[in-house]
Ligand binder design. Structure first.
Ligand code: ACO
Length: 388
């Protein structure tokens, strides 16, 4: 029998892996009601915000300022963001050199880091300066992601057009050409739905990083790094792949049984907090049907619905339902957007939530510094290298 190792307990042995249920701070920014499948930003339901018709800018204002803007304030905010979209030539040159060689999330991560190097006020850690950076990054993320997409397609980078709304210009910078109003409207909805979501992994990463009072760019880069993982934002990319692989709705059941037999998780299902339907998936579902119908990709939507029924029948009792990533890929695909651009789109939205959380925590900042239960040896006895 193996000798029992000494365990060094820190206060309590009652911890849950992955910080499940741990409380890290107080916040007024968003509330995820996991039991009832509801999501509230600063007191307003995502259903109202997506239906309000005021675009991503209204939600970004709400998250950053904690209240809804009045009409003149929203106009000024839209104008301000539109005026900040331009990115420096150094960033464009950098993207021209790397964007074809790596994943778009890696290009985005590095481009944001470079934007920090180019800002002479990078190290001024004050609420005012961080707000300034937050606004500029919220405006520049679409430009960077648009440029990444263009370089990957061997197309010239399109500069921002301040006469267009945030989402319309984002789509324009990615795809070129005229953007249909319904497409811009749905991109606005997608950005609103992805803008904020409590203490998720990327937000927590950004906040932990910022709590050392490092610069805002480093914190946002940490958020991007976390978001790209397949258990988090990267799942939207991973979700569409099986639908394409299945190809024919009639093959869905066999695919699911094989996946189950191989004990593979079905991407786009499950959530640490939601034990009911993710309300964002509920909003996306009919839009996925509409867009796939228009694009001639209805078979992908049909596969998604068949798979949903199978997984929910099998795992719904364990609280596993479609999450935000389940239908978004079908929509982006129908818009003609490449699969590996899905997670960068998520980042274009989530910059608002990361920034809002960082700015909320900064005035009362305290370094995040948890501990682990030490389960290693305490007295191994050092042996000089020649005697091991
Ligand atoms: N498919 C099949 N089974 C699942 C799934 C899934 N997608 N998700 C969870 N389960 C099962 C696990 O196998 C586990 O079963 P067990 O108790 O029999 O071992 C149980 O449910 C609990 O799963 P955990 O992974 O421990 O749950 P956790 O809360 O740590 O994970 C997570 C949540 C990471 C989202 C998980 O559900 C998952 O990996 N889903 C797939 C990836 C995904 O869609 N991520 C996007 C999340 S939304 C977002 O970040 C934007």
């Amino acid at each position: 029998m193996a000798e029992e190792k000494p365990r060094q307990f820190v206060g309590s042995t009652e911890f849950k892996k992955g910080l499940e249920g741990a409380i890290t701070n107080e916040s007024k920014i968003s509330y995820v009601d996991g039991a009832n499948g509801k999501l509230i930003y600063c007191g307003y339901s995502i259903d109202d915000l997506t239906q309000g018709g005021q675009g991503f800018e209204e939600t970004a204002y709400l998250l950053l300022h904690g209240r809804l803007p009045k009409s003149a304030e929203l106009d000024a905010f839209k104008k301000d963001l539109a005026g900040r979209r331009t990115i420096p030539g150094e960033v464009k040159d950098f993207l021209k050199g790397v964007a074809k060689r790596c994943h778009p999330m890696s290009s985005l991560r590095s481009a944001i880091s470079l934007l920090g190097c180019l800002n002479p006020n990078e190290f001024e850690v004050t609420v005012d300066n961080d707000m300034e950076i937050a606004l500029t990054l919220t405006a520049q993320f679409p430009t960077v992601v648009g440029a990444i997409q263009r370089v990957r397609k061997d197309q010239p980078i399109i500069d921002p057009d301040p006469s267009l709304g945030h989402s319309e210009d984002f789509l324009h910078m990615m795809t070129g050409g005229k953007i249909e109003p319904r497409m811009a409207e749905v991109m606005d909805m997608a950005l609103i739905l992805h803008a904020e979501h409590g203490m998720n992994a990327s937000t927590f990463s950004a906040m932990v990083t910022n709590s050392s009072l490092t610069d805002m760019y480093s914190s946002i880069v940490a958020g991007i790094g976390s978001l790209k993982g397949p258990l988090h934002g990267g799942a939207n990319e991973a979700t569409l792949k099986p639908f394409i692989e299945i190809g024919d709705p009639a093959k869905t059941e066999t695919w699911f049984h094989n996946s189950k037999a191989e004990k593979r998780k079905v991407m786009g299902f499950g959530h640490r907090v939601y034990k009911a339907y993710d309300p964002r998936a509920v909003i996306f579902d009919p839009i996925a049907e509409e867009f796939s119908g228009k694009a001639g990709t209805s078979h992908l939507y049909e596969i998604a619905k068949k798979l949903e029924a199978l997984v929910v029948a099998d795992l719904g009792g364990k609280g596993i339902f479609p999450n935000v990533d389940y239908f978004s890929g079908v929509i982006y695909n129908a818009m003609g957007i490449d699969t590996d651009m899905f997670t960068p789109i998520f980042a274009v939205a989530r910059i608002a939530g990361w920034s809002a959380r960082i700015l909320e925590y900064l005035p009362e900042n305290r370094l995040f510094r948890p501990r682990a239960v030490y389960v290693g040896d305490l007295e191994s006895g050092y042996v000089p290298i020649g005697q091991r």
